[in-house]
Ligand binder design. Structure first.
Ligand code: PLP
Length: 497
């Protein structure tokens, strides 16, 4: 007789796999209501009451076990290595969460008058300055609440700049073909026409194509550095120069600053405005959609157009005070109040704890880790571009595809080995792309274990491709109909009719 391991797929036959409602037993109780300490009140009108309220009836241990198990089905950076590219799933020191949870931070009312919120305003002012220092720029607004919102803010600033100069014919935004999808979306939302600039054979921007596209209708260029291919484009000075000579401005997608901290300042390279994702580079746990912060940081030219509010410092009679202000030619507000304050506190705490030297070290380690994985995996997988990478490395499963195993299959098989999948099929210009960002917070042992898993999968792709094609085999749910999951998500339990 053979014993098989318990199946991990949801099977209603197994009591520990049942949904909460299906475990309900009439009359079972998990809590005892306290005695009334107020006079009993009459019930509302019968039309407002229901006889059948489908709530599960369960004991406390059953509820605790149910939710504890559910929480363990989640994948998180606190439990495992999370090599998701273009996303910087780095470890977020817990002390930053604690700082954000301090009563004076978490309990501060967004409408508190400036006199009563001086500490918070000072924190925001300092964070603005630190971000300017990191970016080599002159002013920042912490208002945008996502990377994409920072992009839209920057794009609207570029539009406002051209309009203020009476140069409304500038309608074209150039964007490299490797760009993150939010870039063309933001440009289009800002009223621009998008022209894609191809990458050359080394993954850099094709300068001849850029020169050709930079005409009198040029509003600007949106570029990511290092590019979303994980590469530092050595032509960046010339790129900025070409755009400026044609009368355009350069927007930098600084969502991921992990390769740049203390290494290169985008402002000095010629960028006019950038955004940075605090929820990637500056230590806010993310995933699942938020909350985030995408401050927009500007050089001299675009400083007057920053979204409101910005925090200003005033000195009178030797005393410093802080207040919210609206820049003179501001594009206006991009959200309620002052942005996601809790995220700003985390970024501030992170920057203060690491200091300039610590940030520089973080970048060096992030780049070293990505190059280490590139070196360990380069014989088993194709490299999209065979050169030093920055904070992330883009592999291609082209070779495995010839053996009948796609990038998607490799990613799914990684789940069996206990790892989150890398970013797949992005950037779009790399066939069978697997984009891996190890971040600075992982040890060599973790990187080695991950590399071993990737190498083992490459071996399986050769010897037992059907094993990889059928993966994952050990997760709670196996392969999903992803198109249906995205288009018709079924996220909530419904009472049986
Ligand atoms: C994540 C990311 C964005 C978008 O940031 P959100 O906060 O998700 O809106 C933009 N560009 C790049 C390169 C990114 O990695």
């Amino acid at each position: 007789m053979t014993t098989t391991a318990p199946s991990l797929t949801h099977s209603p036959a197994r009591p520990d796999r049942q949904l909460l409602m299906d475990r309900s037993v009439p009359g079972r109780r998990g809590v005892r209501m306290p005695d009334l300490d107020t006079p009993p009140q009459p019930l509302p009108d019968a039309s407002l009451l229901r006889d059948d309220l489908p709530l599960p009836e369960l004991s406390q241990p059953e509820v605790v076990r149910y939710f504890t198990r559910l929480s363990q089905l989640n994948y998180s950076i606190d439990t495992q290595f999370y090599p998701l590219g273009s996303c910087t799933m780095k470890y977020n020191p817990k002390i930053n969460d604690q700082a954000a949870m301090l009563p004076g931070m978490a309990g501060l009312h967004p409408l508190a008058p400036a006199e009563a919120a001086q500490g918070a305003l000072k924190l925001m002012y300092r964070l603005q300055s630190y971000l300017c220092e990191v970016a080599g720029m002159s002013a920042a607004s912490l208002a945008p609440m996502a990377g994409a919102q920072g992009e839209l803010s920057g794009v609207l600033m570029v539009r406002a700049y051209h309009q203020a100069r009476g140069d409304a014919r500038r309608k074209v935004m150039l964007i490299p073909d490797s760009a993150h999808g939010t870039n063309p979306a933001s440009a289009a939302m800002g009223g621009f026409t998008v022209t894609a600039i191809p990458s050359d054979s080394r993954g850099n921007m094709d300068l001849a194509a850029l020169r050709k596209a930079a005409g009198p209708d040029l509003a600007g260029l949106m570029i990511t550095l290092p590019s979303t291919l994980g590469l530092f484009d050595g032509g960046i000075l010339e790129i900025c120069d070409i755009v400026h000579r044609a009368g355009g401005l350069v927007y930098g997608d600084g969502a991921n600053m992990n390769a740049l901290l203390g290494q290169a300042k985008l402002g000095r390279l010629g960028f006019d405005v950038i955004h940075s994702n605090l929820h990637k580079t500056f230590s806010t746990p993310h995933g699942g959609g938020g909350p985030g912060a995408g401050p927009v940081i500007a050089g001299q030219t675009l400083t007057p157009y920053l979204p409101a509010p910005v925090v200003e410092r005033q000195t009178a009679h030797g005393k410093e005070t802080y207040r919210l202000a609206t820049p003179p030619q501001s594009i206006g507000k991009v959200g309620a109040f002052h942005g996601n304050f809790g995220v700003l506190v985390r970024a501030y705490a992170y920057i203060r704890a690491l200091g300039g030297e610590g940030l520089r070290q973080a970048s060096q380690d992030a780049v070293l880790n990505a190059n280490y994985l590139q070196a360990r995996l380069r014989d088993a997988y194709d490299l999209a571009y065979d050169r030093l990478c920055m904070h992330e490395v883009v592999l291609s499963a082209e070779r495995q595809k010839k053996q009948g195993v796609k990038g998607l299959d490799v990613a799914k098989r990684l789940l069996d080995y206990g790892y989150h999948a890398p970013t797949m099929y992005f950037p779009l210009i790399v066939d069978e792309a697997l984009m891996i960002e190890p971040t600075e917070s992982e040890s060599k042992e973790t990187l080695d274990a991950f590399a071993e898993a990737m190498l083992a999968i490459a071996g399986e792709a050769q010897e037992t491709p059907e094993l990889v094609r059928g993966a994952p085999h050990t997760t709670a749910v196996s392969r999903l109909d992803e198109a249906r999951a995205a288009r018709q998500p079924d996220l909530r339990w419904k009472a049986k009719a």
